[in-house]
Write a protein that binds this ligand. Structure first.
Ligand code: ZN
Length: 111
């Protein structure tokens, strides 16, 4: 199991590629997936990301303040690349389907 990493939120062990790597650079700035420094790992899922933020798991692990911007960036990545096994998160349909639904609102009460 050499080289495996542990999620700061759920303690799940896995290969490095399955986590986001959050790094504290020597100058104190926090970056994602790049640079050399103290590293912490978190699963690429909403649950662990939320836990890492709420319980300040990342901040504690890195002994640093994690700015909300960094979590915002991770959330953005989450919506771009959903983890395997969850299926497609977005089902964007081009066309007038939403229009049709909204037009029907309010008509049920008549009669
Ligand atoms: Zn996790």
């Amino acid at each position: 199991m050499k080289g495996d990493r542990v999620c700061v939120s759920c303690r799940r062990v896995g290969p490095r590629e399955s986590f986001w790597r959050v790094v504290r650079l020597p100058d104190g700035s926090i970056v994602i997936d790049s640079g050399m420094g103290r590293s912490a790992y978190v699963c690429r899922c909403l649950e662990c990301l939320t836990l890492a933020q709420k319980k300040q798991r990342l901040g504690r692990s890195l002994r640093a303040q994690i700015s909300p911007d960094l979590f915002a960036e991770l959330h953005r990545r989450l919506s771009i690349a959903p983890p395997e096994g969850l299926g497609p998160l977005q089902a964007t349909l081009e066309g007038g389907q939403e229009l049709g639904n909204s037009l029907r609102l309010g008509q049920d009460g008549i009669g």
